[in-house]
Design a protein around this ligand. Structure first.
Ligand code: HH2
Length: 283
């Protein structure tokens, strides 16, 4: 993979770690802790010091059943963080986690470098905005919206169907003018997926890689870990690290995590195993 995001050229198989910076009062795992812009900036800088390759700033929770946030409120949460972080960390690539073109535009104007969209650039105007700003974008797979996705986790072949739907979303974005080489795909762990389906996707990353785009995966603290282990959301680091290992061995280039330091160590070891001469069989 070769992809420029802001000041940085991401070259090679990675894995590259995307540190999560939520400015929401209600995120499923860290809601409210970084609602204040300065605290969010400090959190982003801490993640950078722990080895984050880029950070993802979001102002709307996507937890199941989360109420939608109006664009104006999301802009008020995200833009001051992007502006201050841009000033404090000029070369740190900043992604904005939003599905609204108005929010993406304001964040890009404030210095963000890329867009991470859990609705896969499907909102009218979003793909066109990404195309016109010449920035990379993450197309994540979901069915429905966070309000109703839990009822839509019905698949005969989850890996095949997610691959087909991601491929269609990427083709739509390309038709709107987003160059193929700026599109990253994400299976959307936990988004309209049961725990079993999330595990199937982690096991089936090689089939998603066959689509020819870099992959991003976000397993951090997700509910499949709670379902399998009973761990409460704040106690899911060990399960997250196991999933990070699976992401690396499955060939994901980007991994989105809350705890970058521990993930860095797990990813380093997993990458060494991936790259060993007698490493895992390639699919
Ligand atoms: N997961 C969350 C949010 N955004 N974006 C991508 N591309 N992939 C993901 O898996 C993903 C995502 C949910 O996690 P979090 O940001 O911690 O929670 P919340 O949405 O409640 O703020």
């Amino acid at each position: 993979m070769r992809m420029r995001i802001g000041a940085r050229l991401f070259d090679g198989p990675g894995p590259f770690l995307m540190g999560i910076v939520n400015t929401t009062p209600d995120s499923f795992s860290d809601g409210g802790r970084y609602a204040d812009a300065d605290a969010a900036v400090e959190q982003a800088l801490l993640l950078q010091s722990e080895g984050a390759d880029l950070v993802d700033v979001g102002g709307e929770s996507t937890r199941p059943g989360a109420p939608p946030v109006p664009a104006g409120e999301e802009i008020r949460r995200v833009v001051p963080v992007v502006e201050r972080l841009r000033a404090r960390a000029p070369s740190l690539p900043i992604s904005v986690d939003t599905s609204k073109p108005e929010v993406a535009r304001a964040a890009l104007d404030a210095g963000a470098d890329s867009v991470n969209d859990v609705l896969g650039l499907a909102t009218p105007g979003m793909a066109e905005l990404v195309a016109s700003r010449s920035v990379p974008a993450v197309i994540m797979h979901m069915r429905g919206t966070p309000a109703d996705m839990a009822t839509r986790a019905i698949y005969a072949d989850v890996v095949g169907e997610v691959a087909a739907e991601l491929s269609a979303a990427a083709a739509r974005a390309e038709r709107a003018g987003v160059p193929r080489e700026r599109i990253v795909l994400d299976p959307g762990i936990g988004f309209a997926k049961t725990a079993e389906q999330s595990i199937a996707l982690l096991a089936g990353l090689a089939r998603l890689r066959a689509l020819g785009h870099p992959l991003l995966v976000g397993p951090s603290r997700k509910s499949f870990i709670g379902t399998l282990t009973g761990a409460a959301v704040q106690d899911r680091l060990p399960g997250t690290l196991a999933a990070v290992t699976a992401c690396v061995l499955g060939g994901a280039e980007f991994i989105r995590v809350h705890e970058v330091g521990p993930a860095r160590q797990a990813a380093r070891i997993a990458a060494a195993i991936r790259d060993a001469v007698d490493g895992p069989a390639k699919a």
